[in-house]
Design a protein around this ligand. Structure first.
Ligand code: SF4
Length: 163
């Protein structure tokens, strides 16, 4: 078992990066921290430095200005670092796809730095907080292919390898 991945099963600390979002996805991420969703009860915590983060929550399609910063933020994270593309823009540039100012999509930008980057996609415009939580849970489960990964604390059993 990869102990680095095993350690990511719980208490994932995340750093939020806006790479040119319209701000709606960012509002939904803030919504995750409100008492209604309260993701900190699952150990998911927003941190103020990429050096403390296990994962990046990326919004926006990746403008030319933001692409440089995104690469630098990714370089500063401890590896393995899971990158969550939150929203249609982060997943594939969305409505900004043909914009002159775009360098994205996010996965293309990050693979210039790390071809083996672990990237998960949560589509939606914006995705609901419930979808964001489920995206994080499923991605973490997918990283644990050899064992059952149940999220009893969230009230939903997500099993990576039911066989
Ligand atoms: S996916 Fe939609 S809500 Fe999110 S940044 Fe793009 S346009 Fe805004």
């Amino acid at each position: 078992m990869d102990w680095n991945l095993w350690a990511l099963k719980k208490s994932v600390w995340v750093f939020h990066v806006n790479t040119g979002a319209c701000n709606n996805c960012d509002i939904e991420i803030v919504n995750l921290l409100t008492p209604k969703f309260d993701v900190e009860r699952f150990g998911i915590k927003l941190v103020g430095s990429p050096r403390h983060a296990d994962a990046l929550l990326v919004t926006g399609g990746g403008t030319r200005q933001a692409a440089v910063r995104l690469k630098e933020v990714y370089r500063q994270t401890a590896k393995p670092c899971i990158v969550f593309c939150m929203g249609a823009c982060a997943c594939g540039m969305g409505i900004f796809e043909k914009g002159y100012h775009m360098a994205g999509p996010i996965d293309t930008i990050l693979r210039q730095v790390d071809p083996d980057a672990i990237i998960a996609y949560v589509p939606g415009c914006p995705p609901k907080p419930e979808a964001m939580i489920m995206g994080v849970v499923k991605a973490l489960a997918a990283l644990q292919p050899k064992e059952k990964y149940a999220t009893e604390r969230m009230g939903q059993a997500v099993v990576a390898n039911p066989a």
